[in-house]
Design a protein around this ligand. Structure first.
Ligand code: FE
Length: 131
């Protein structure tokens, strides 16, 4: 079971950095190749920068060349939730933290491996807990 975390906009704004708030709570996107985890290869668990929930594992990370951290799968089936995003004249699948609803990025059906998925995730929405 995923614990639901609900906070007011003012609470999120107070505890997140401006960059984290813009991405997690306002569905922003960091510029490609600028995020601290884009080239990260250290082993560990990527947690939600908003609520600490385990979202992705380093074993699932791959170099997509897109400029954003990319994963073939989430840490668990209930780690993330998805929703159709029709902004910017495209139909994309938005990925959110299942626990706090924070915006993480998008998932595309062109990934490597058996699932064929590419979770394209903002570094700003993640916190790597090195193992
Ligand atoms: Fe979260």
């Amino acid at each position: 079971m995923t614990t639901k975390i609900e906070k007011t906009d003012a609470e999120w704004r107070a505890e997140l950095t401006p960059e984290q708030y813009e991405i997690l709570r306002r569905k922003g996107t960091e510029r490609a190749f600028t995020g601290e985890y884009n080239d990260m290869k250290d082993p560990g668990v990527y947690r939600c920068a908003g609520c600490g929930a385990e979202l992705f594992r380093s074993e699932a990370k791959f170099d997509s060349g897109t400029g954003w951290p990319s994963f073939v799968e989430p840490a668990g089936l209930e780690s993330v939730v998805t929703e159709t995003d029709r902004s910017w004249g495209m139909a994309r699948t938005e990925v959110m933290c299942a626990a706090c609803g924070g915006h993480l990025g998008h998932v595309f059906p062109d990934g490597p491996g058996p699932t064929g998925q590419r979770f394209c995730i903002n570094s700003c929405s993640l916190d790597l807990e090195r193992s």
